[in-house]
Design a protein around this ligand. Structure first.
Ligand code: NJP
Length: 247
């Protein structure tokens, strides 16, 4: 479908989990719209491939190899960015892990803790470290990637992942309420099933060719970062956009 690409030139956008999947597609879409992208993940190879693709599309990026399970690294991130950037206009909290699909009594302690740490606590730490830069933008947008199982459609065996996304949505909503006067607007983005590594892990028997490519999320993403968006942690659901022929 034809889509309107907004003008994000002069804006800086940080995307977590940009080395593959939905985060990579989001980073590319923002760069194509003119934003300078700060692409964060652990896998340097994936970030470098993204960088090549962004450059080929005429955009620009800075790569941030960082493990979000390292609280001290997140704490250093905001101050480190402040030495190079006066503001941060867009923050996309996309990085996440599935944990494991299992009945609650069978989930390993370590997996529970790692999943909550990455999907919830790391995003709280990112808010802490990035808030001064987001405020400095005057009209920043913070977008949190959720899942249908995080509230809209509870499902057995999605245990810790579902719990983590429900908590993430409340984190996003709380930040939205606290940011009313700062110009920061918060959105929650539900991509639905997309052709990525995480989905393959969740549904190994599924034919990936039946799923949307992550690049298809661009129109919904652009709406979340639009200057016209004035909601309070409003949910943007890819599936609904698709049904209406908008994505
Ligand atoms: O996930 P995947 P998706 N530190 O596994 C990064 C939600 N969602 O694109 O570090 C830093 O392909 C990892 O990078 P690397 C989902 O919950 C999806 O499918 O290099 N980064 C990679 O770039 C999630 O919030 C579906 O390994 C870390 C990225 O995270 C978002 O969409 C459906 C990290 C994960 O890529 C993206 O998911 C739905 C760490 N410690 C919601 N650990 C779907 N795909 O169907 C991981 O409803 N990352």
């Amino acid at each position: 479908m034809t889509q309107t690409v907004p003008d994000l030139s002069g804006k800086t956008a940080l995307v977590t989990g940009a080395s593959r999947g939905i985060g990579r597609a989001i980073a590319l879409a923002l760069a194509k719209a003119g934003a300078h992208v700060l692409a964060l993940a652990r896998t340097v190879g994936g970030l470098e491939e993204l960088d090549d693709e962004i450059k080929a599309a005429g955009g620009s990026a800075s790569l941030i190899p960082l493990d979000l399970s390292d609280p001290a690294a997140i704490e250093r991130l905001g101050p480190a960015l402040s030495t190079r950037f006066a503001k941060l206009d867009i923050f996309v909290a996309n990085a996440g892990v599935l944990g494991e699909l299992a009945p609650l009594p069978d989930i390993y302690d370590e997996i529970w803790t790692r999943t909550i740490n990455l999907n919830v606590t790391a995003n709280w730490r990112l808010i802490k470290t990035l808030d001064p830069l987001l405020r400095a933008s005057g009209a920043a947008r913070a977008v949190f990637l959720t899942s249908r199982v995080g509230g809209e459609e509870p499902r057995a065996y999605w245990g810790v992942y579902a719990v983590s996304k429900a908590a993430l949505e409340m984190l996003a909503t709380t930040y939205a309420l606290e940011s009313k006067l700062t110009g920061i607007r918060v959105a929650i983005l539900d991509p639905g099933a997309m052709r990525t590594k995480m989905r393959e892990k969740a549904m190994p028997g599924e034919d990936p060719s039946t799923l949307p490519d992550p690049s298809e999320i661009a129109p919904v993403l652009y709406a979340t970062v639009s200057p016209d968006y004035d909601g309070t942690a409003e949910r943007f659901v890819f599936r609904e956009w698709r049904e209406k022929g908008l994505a």
